[in-house]
Write a protein that binds this ligand. Structure first.
Ligand SMILES: [Zn+2]
Length: 274
C-alpha cells in the first residue's frame, strides 16, 4: 500500500478525533498564547464576545450536521467512486502530486469564496457577522453565521466533486484550514522576522488582522486563509493597516454593541450601511 493510501486510511479512521483534537487543542493553545504574547490591547472584555461566538459555533455545528453532514468528504468519495472530476480524469497522476494540486486548488476556491462573501451584498450580510467582532482573537475564528457555514460547505462540496479531490487530501485540507483560521485570527505577537518569513508563504495574524479593520478599504483586502500568494497574485494584498496594528480599530461601524447569540443570529436580517 502506498503512502497516500496509508495516509487516507489513517485520516478516514481517525478523522473525528483528529478534527476535534486539532481544533480544541489549538483554540486553547492560541487563547493561552494570546494572553502571554498579546499583539493588540483588547477593546472589550472577553466575556462580552466569547459566549456569543461559542453559541454560534454550537448552533452552526448542529445545523450543518443536520443538513449537510459529511458532505465534503462524501463528495470526494463519490467523485472517486464514479470517476468524476479533473484529477480523476487526469490519471495516471502520482497520488502525492494529486494531493498537492487538490490542496492548492481548494485554497484558491476558498479565497474566491471569501472575496464573493464581501462583494455580493446578500452574502456580505451573512459574513459581516464574523467581521462585526470588535476585537480579533482565536475565538473570532469560530464566529460565523450558521447559514454561511452551510452555504460554504455546499460550495466546497461542489468544488471538491468538480476537482475530483482525493478523500485524504480533503480531510487534511479541512484540518489545516481550521488550524490556520485559529492561527491567523490569534491576537499573537510574532517576532517581526518570523512574521516576514512566514507571510512569504502563509497567512499570519498580522496579515489577516488588516482584513478585520473598520476601514472598508482594508476590510476588502487580504482574503487569504492558508497561502498568502493569492492576494498578491490578484492585487488584493495590503501589508499593514494605515493606523498600525496597535491603534487600528477592529470591526464594523454599524454593529458594535451586541455580541450575544441572539443578536448575532438575527444580524444578517438587520439593515445597516456597510
Ligand atoms: Zn472576510
Amino acid at each position: 500500500m502506498g503512502f497516500t493510501e496509508q495516509m487516507t486510511d489513517f485520516l478516514v479512521q481517525h478523522q473525528t478525533l483528529l478534527r476535534f483534537g486539532a481544533f480544541a487543542g489549538l483554540l486553547v493553545m492560541f487563547s493561552l498564547l494570546e494572553a502571554l504574547f498579546e499583539r493588540k490591547a483588547r477593546s472589550a472584555k472577553r466575556l462580552q464576545r466569547w459566549p456569543g461566538a461559542f453559541g454560534l459555533f454550537v448552533v452552526g455545528g448542529v445545523v450543518s450536521r443536520l443538513l449537510v453532514a459529511g458532505i465534503t468528504v462524501g463528495a470526494a468519495g463519490w467523485a472517486s467512486a464514479h470517476h468524476v472530476g479533473l484529477l480523476n480524469w487526469a490519471q495516471p497522476l502520482a497520488p502525492l502530486f494529486a494531493w498537492m494540486i487538490a490542496i492548492v486548488a481548494l485554497d484558491l476556491a476558498i479565497w474566491a469564496q471569501h472575496l464573493a462573501m464581501h462583494a455580493v451584498p446578500v452574502l456580505w450580510r451573512l459574513h459581516r457577522v464574523h467581521h462585526s467582532d470588535i476585537d480579533i482573537d482565536a475565538m473570532t475564528a469560530i464566529r460565523f453565521h450558521p447559514i454561511e457555514i452551510v452555504l460554504s460547505l455546499l460550495y466546497k462540496a461542489a468544488i471538491i466533486a468538480a476537482l475530483g479531490a482525493p478523500v485524504g487530501a480533503v480531510i487534511l485540507y479541512e484540518i489545516t484550514l481550521n488550524a490556520m483560521a485559529l492561527f491567523n485570527h490569534a491576537n499573537l505577537r510574532l517576532p517581526p522576522w518570523l512574521d516576514r518569513l512566514l507571510r512569504a508563504f502563509i497567512v499570519t495574524p498580522d496579515f489577516h488582522r488588516v482584513h478585520h479593520s473598520v476601514e472598508m478599504a482594508e476590510t476588502n483586502s487580504n482574503y487569504g486563509n492558508l497561502l498568502s500568494f493569492w492576494d498578491r497574485l490578484f492585487g488584493q494584498y495590503r501589508a499593514e493597516p494605515k493606523a498600525g496594528h496597535a491603534r487600528m480599530t477592529i470591526g464594523l461601524e454599524a454593529f458594535r454593541d451586541r455580541h450575544d447569540l441572539l443578536a448575532l443570529m438575527i444580524q444578517p436580517f438587520k439593515n445597516a450601511l456597510r
